[in-house]
Design a protein around this ligand. Sequence first.
Ligand SMILES: *Cc1c(COP(=O)(O)O)cnc(C)c1O
Length: 395
Amino acid sequence: MVMSSDPRQPIPLSVPWITGNEAAYLQECVDTNWVSSAGRFVKRFESDMAERLGCAHAVATVNGTAALHTALMVAGVRPGDCVLTSTLTFVATANAIRHAGAWPVFVDVDPATWQIDAGLVADFLAAECGIRDGALADRTTGRRVGAVLPVHILGHPADMDPILAAARKYDLPVIEDATESLGATYRGRTVGNLADAACLSFNGNKLITCGGGGMVVTDRADWAERARHLTTQARRDDIEAIHDEVGFNYRLTNLQAAVGCAQLENLDERLTIKRRIAAGYRDFCAATPGLTFMPEAEWAGSALWLSTILVDPDVFGCSRYDLLRILAENNIETRPLWQPLHLSPAHKGARVVNGTVAEKLHMQALSLPSSCSLTEAEQGRIYSAILAAPAKMAQ
Ligand SMILES: *Cc1c(COP(=O)(O)O)cnc(C)c1O
């Protein structure tokens, strides 16, 4: 029997894909009574991930935001500093900067990749900053530049080589926000192993999930040690409860890590499915005037986490705002890209470097259902609903 997709059945944007050893590993946690922050799965998850990315060290955390906060502290970002990041990212990237007491400088994105514009990063450091008290500082605000935090959004890598070259000139640490791009490659190298450290998220909608979770990965032993220290309440002694600074309880539990280990086992299968889903949407967009599939640079191997399209309202006959609403009426969940963070009330007062490219993308971009469990019948239903949308506008 050919399965067709029931139009009343909701098609979610991105849901977990649980098909492997998750239940068996969870059962082992329960059977052995190792459910909390110690246990074999936490260690295994860290070493499996380090091996997968080719990094020397990995420190699991309670979520991706905590991983970012930890990595920034470990990189030496101090209260009052500024940190360069993309204006087109999930708010957690910027929140982590603020948690560290620093201020984001929101850099616009490159229209060719939708990722942080490497040229603007280099320009800002060269033209807007100068040496003050022996450190590079933003001349307008006086804030020391603490780090550069490029984000690989939607599965696609940022153009890292020119960012690294610009940062190295001033000895600035570079941290990758790789939370959306596990499994991606940049010029044949592994995303998550391109800079001083990288942060991962295992939230429910990410490429792999622990329910919730995160990780800091790095080649630097001293950074890994400090990350472990800060995420475990800065305890100095295994026996005595002596703490040498104010730390955090940012640990991942063995239950969560058990799920993460199982999820990581079939990462390659997930990436293959994501590529198949994206290929379908790409062909569909190519055949539909007014719709454009998200870019993939020739130097990029995108993880294609969330298939996202641009809707040109004049050509397509319906804006992404209306398309979102009409698809929702058809039980199809879609999502716009984030409000560019230089416009966010949460980060009022932060510096911005241009921002107009992100604003335009925000007005036209729509992320489409991209779960690994998405069937071809469901994807066909999505195409039909999209094609029918402009006529619904005319009614
Ligand atoms: C998901 C995400 C995070 C935060 O991860 P959590 O695990 O939800 O805390 C940070 N940055 C980006 C770009 C993300 O997409």
